[in-house]
Design a protein around this ligand. Structure first.
Ligand SMILES: *Cc1c(COP(=O)(O)O)cnc(C)c1O
Length: 419
C-alpha cells in the first residue's frame, strides 16, 4: 500500500523498513520484558478496582495512592516512591529531590556536564537566583563529560567530604552529547561509591524509563525522578511526577512536597489514579512505539543526508532522537511540518519564542492531547547553533512514521532536500 504519491519517497520508506527490521524486533523484546515487570508488580501488590477510585480533602489513608507508589517501587526496585499529581512536572520532581536533601554548606556536583535547561535556574547558575539552591547556601559545580563518558577521575578529584549529592542526567536533554546508558551509569556509581559510600547518587531518569532492561536504582542509584507526561505516564497521564529511592531520602522529599510532619501521608489523589495506573501499565508498549518511531526517523533522515544521533542501529537508553540541520530555517520548517501532521492543532504554525526556564528561544511542535507531553510526538529545540531538533515520543509507531513522511514531503516541496 502506498502512503505517498512520491515514488522515490515510497521506495525509500520500503528500503528503510527492511533496514530497521532487526532494531524493531529488539525493541519488541525489550517491551515484553518491561511489560512483565509492570504486570508482575500489579499482581504482587494485588491491585484491585478500589485502588482506582481516589480520595479527596487531606487525602489521608488514600490506599490507591499508596499502592500505586508501591507499584512504582516494585518496578524500579526502590524502597519507596512519591508519585502524585501534586508533583507538577519533571523539573518539580527533580527540584524536590535536590532541595529536600541538600542543606546549607552541602555540595552538589552534576557529573554529566551542564544539566537540562530548566535545572540551571533551580540550581541558581542562571535566572534571578530567587529560591535557588545556591541562594540557600548549596555549593555547586558540574564536571564535563570526557569523550562522551563520565570523567570518573575528575569527578573523584572534585569530590570532598562536603559533597552531599552527585547528580547524573541519563538523557542528553537539549545538548549535543549522547545519552548515558545504564551500564555507563553503573560504572560511575561503582567508582564513586567505592571511595565515598555515603554520597547520595541522584539520577534524572527523564525519557529513560522502560527503554533498557534495568533502571538506575538497580545499578546503585539512591534516587531517581521523572515526569508522568513522559514515559511512565504511558501517554494518558494528564499531570504528575515521581521520585523513587531510599526510604529516608523519600521521607525528606515528602516533607518538602507537603509540610514537615505531614509528608507523604497526605495529598489527595482526586481523580488521577485510574490514569496513573493505566498509564504506567501502558508505558512499556508506548515507549516501544516511540522508540520504533525514533529508529525510523534516524534511518530515513540519515539517508537524506541529515546528521542523526543516535544512529538507527545504535544502542538506546532514552527516547530522544536528535537531528542536526546546521540551518535555522530548515530546522524551523521541519518542526512546523511535524506540527502539521499532529492530531491536535495541525492548522497552527509553531514559531520560535521565549519559554520560562529556558535561556534561548525555543520552537516546539507539539500537537499533543496533553499540553507539553513529550511522550506524544513532539519536535523541538532551542534556536541556537548547530540548530538541532529533538524529536521524541509518539503514541503509535504509525503516527511517527506518517509525520516524518509528511515532513520529508514538505522539505522536498520547498526544495530544501532532494530525493
Ligand atoms: C524533560 C526533562 C526534564 C524536565 O522535565 P519537565 O517535565 O519538562 O519539567 C528534566 N531533565 C531532562 C533530561 C528532561 O528531558
Amino acid at each position: 500500500m502506498k502512503i505517498t504519491k512520491n515514488d522515490a519517497l515510497q521506495h525509500l520508506i520500503e528500503q528503510t523498513d527492511i533496514k530497521i527490521a532487526e532494531q524493531l524486533k529488539r525493541i519488541e523484546q525489550s517491551a515484553l520484558f518491561n511489560q512483565k515487570k509492570v504486570l508482575d508488580a500489579f499482581s504482587a501488590l494485588k491491585i484491585s478496582e478500589g485502588d482506582l477510585v481516589g480520595s479527596n480533602g487531606y487525602g489521608y489513608d488514600d490506599m490507591g495512592r499508596d499502592n500505586l507508589e508501591a507499584v512504582y517501587s516494585h518496578v524500579f526496585k526502590a524502597e519507596d516512591t512519591i508519585v502524585r499529581p501534586q508533583v507538577i512536572s519533571g523539573t518539580h520532581a527533580i527540584t524536590l529531590a535536590l532541595q529536600a536533601n541538600l542543606m546549607h554548606g552541602d555540595e552538589l556536583i552534576y557529573i554529566t556536564g551542564k544539566p537540562y535547561d530548566t535545572l540551571l535556574e533551580v540550581i541558581g547558575v542562571e535566572g534571578n537566583g530567587i529560591g535557588s539552591l545556591i541562594e540557600q547556601g548549596v555549593k555547586y559545580q558540574h564536571i564535563e563529560l570526557k569523550e562522551n563518558q563520565i570523567d570518573i577521575p575528575s569527578v573523584l578529584d572534585a569530590m570532598s567530604v562536603n559533597t552531599k549529592l552527585i547528580a547524573i542526567q541519563r538523557s542528553k536533554g537539549y545538548s549535543s552529547r549522547p545519552s548515558l546508558t545504564i551500564a555507563q551509569i553503573e560504572s560511575a556509581i561503582l567508582a564513586i561509591k567505592a571511595q565515598y559510600p555515603n554520597v547520595i547518587i541522584f539520577v534524572d531518569n527523564c525519557y529513560g524509563e522502560f527503554v533498557e532492561d534495568r533502571e538506575p536504582i538497580e545499578v546503585g542509584a539512591d534516587l531517581i525522578a521523572g515526569s508522568l507526561i513522559k514515559n511512565p505516564g504511558g501517554g494518558i497521564c494528564k499531570i504528575g511526577g515521581y521520585i523513587s529511592g531510599r526510604k529516608d531520602l523519600i521521607e525528606r522529599i515528602g516533607y518538602r512536597l507537603t509540610a514537615p510532619g505531614i509528608g507523604k501521608e497526605a495529598g489527595a489523589s482526586l481523580y488521577s489514579l485510574l490514569e496513573m495506573y493505566q498509564g504506567f501499565f501502558l508505558s512499556p508498549h508506548v515507549v516501544s512505539q516511540s522508540l520504533k518511531g525514533a529508529v525510523f526517523t534516524s534511518a530515513i533522515l540519515s539517508q537524506l543526508g541529515m546528521e542523526t544521533t543516535p544512529r538507527y542501529d545504535d544502542y538506546r537508553t532514552d527516547l530522544i532522537q536528535s537531528v542536526t540541520f546546521n540551518d535555522k530555517e530548515k530546522m524551523i520548517l521541519f518542526c512546523q511540518a511535524i506540527q502539521s501532521a499532529s492530531p491536535i492543532n495541525s492548522q497552527f504554525l509553531p514559531m520560535p519564542s521565549y519559554m520560562p526556564g529556558y535561556t534561548d528561544d525555543v520552537i516546539m511542535a507539539a500537537g499533543t492531547f496533553i499540553q507539553g507531553a513529550s511522550i506524544e510526538l513532539t519536535a523541538d529545540g532551542p534556536i541556537r547553533a548547530p540548530y538541532e531538533a529533538y524529536i521524541q515520543g509518539g503514541l503509535t509507531y504509525e503516527h511517527v512514521k506518517l509525520a516524518i513522511i509528511k515532513a520529508i514531503e514538505n522539505l522536498v516541496e520547498k526544495q530544501i532536500i532532494k530525493l
